[in-house]
Design a binder for this molecule. Structure first.
Ligand code: SN0
Length: 315
């Protein structure tokens, strides 16, 4: 694997999830692979799980890791070509990415969408420029439109905890006060559409995701109907795709509660975190027996390790 940006970079998602679960059983068996290899993690946005789990995964494989918080510690990046850089940007992404590629063997990049210009975000301009100019394999640490390490960890978690061959998985929209990216739901949807699950997306009217990610999913505006007999419920807020990056009024009643869980098949509740308590998800769920959010976050290590392992094998 030379690039990990979406489900389309993976030939067999079940094999990759199985490999992650194998690494969970035996984390240090592949230390030789990463010897004298360096992973660079470049963050243009905040991170807790992605940063720590990807570092841990790399260390388990015997790699060295360097982290650059570009948004706080790096020079202000220029992304456009042909501009006179006489304003606030100091360094062009052409040099920045190329230089980083001199120091490391694999780069991870996190670059959230601006949520202002849909075309720019959905063309993955920043992320793709990094890939183009750095000259080494790149792992997405969440780009404008996807979060594949999260989605792989989610698949690993469902594979690990399912009690039937084809569980019902429901992605349900949750309220929030800020416009959030569609990256996590887009990505979860495209992975679940390829996984061996019965997949439903529930959201209020107006929060339709791009059909590029949801082909094959059942989509409904009726949350209760969607939750019936669910085995896994994936809670996530996202802003509208059209009008792009906007929060639509209302829908506060979409927060999941224990009462709503009654119609499910004793469903396990997932969330990529960070979660805003009692806005996106109630305390009673997060602190109760249904929540698997911490277990899910723990699996981020094995997802990242499976991907890095495949990249190291290809260096
Ligand atoms: C990000 C998102 O894509 O939704 C990262 C999730 C892994 N989440 C946020 O930016 C949350 C920000 C907030 O203020 O709650």
């Amino acid at each position: 694997m030379k690039l990990f940006t979406s489900v389309h970079d993976v030939t067999d998602i079940n094999a990759l999830a199985a490999e992650a679960l194998q690494l969970k059983q035996n984390p240090y068996a592949q230390q030789h692979l990463g010897k004298n290899k360096t992973l660079g993690l470049v963050f243009l946005n905040p991170s807790l799980r992605t940063r720590m789990s990807t570092q841990k995964a790399a260390l388990n494989l015997g790699m060295n890791v360097m982290v650059l918080n570009m948004d706080k510690e790096g020079w202000a990046l220029e992304l456009q070509d042909g501009v006179v850089m006489n304003g606030s940007t100091v360094e062009h992404i052409r040099e920045a990415a190329a230089v980083l590629g001199q120091y490391v063997d694999i780069i991870g990049v996190r670059s959230f969408p601006g949520l202002k210009n849909r075309e720019e975000d959905y063309n993955e301009e920043i992320f793709n420029k990094f890939v183009k100019y750095c000259g080494v394999p790149v792992v997405s640490l969440e780009s404008a439109t996807r979060h594949p390490l999260q989605s792989l960890a989610d698949l690993v978690t469902i594979t690990e905890l399912k009690t039937k061959p084809r569980p019902k998985v429901v992605l349900t929209w949750a309220p929030h006060i800020k416009p959030l990216p569609q990256a996590v739901p887009n990505s979860f949807a495209e992975w679940m559409c390829k996984a061996d699950v019965d997949f439903t997306i529930a959201h209020p009217k107006g929060y339709e995701l791009s059909t590029d990610f949801t082909d094959g999913a059942t989509i409904t505006h009726n949350q209760d109907e969607a939750l019936a007999d669910a085995d896994f419920i994936y809670v996530k807020n996202w802003s509208a795709f059209e009008p792009y990056g906007k929060i639509l009024p209302g829908n506060d009643d979409w927060m999941l509660t224990n009462e709503k869980l009654k119609v499910t098949n004793d469903a396990k509740v997932m969330h990529c975190l960070p979660v805003r308590r009692n806005l996106e998800l109630s305390d009673e769920i997060l602190d109760g027996p249904s929540s698997i959010v911490v277990h899910e976050a723990g699996n981020r290590v094995w997802a990242a390790q499976a991907v890095l392992k495949q990249m190291l094998e290809n260096l």
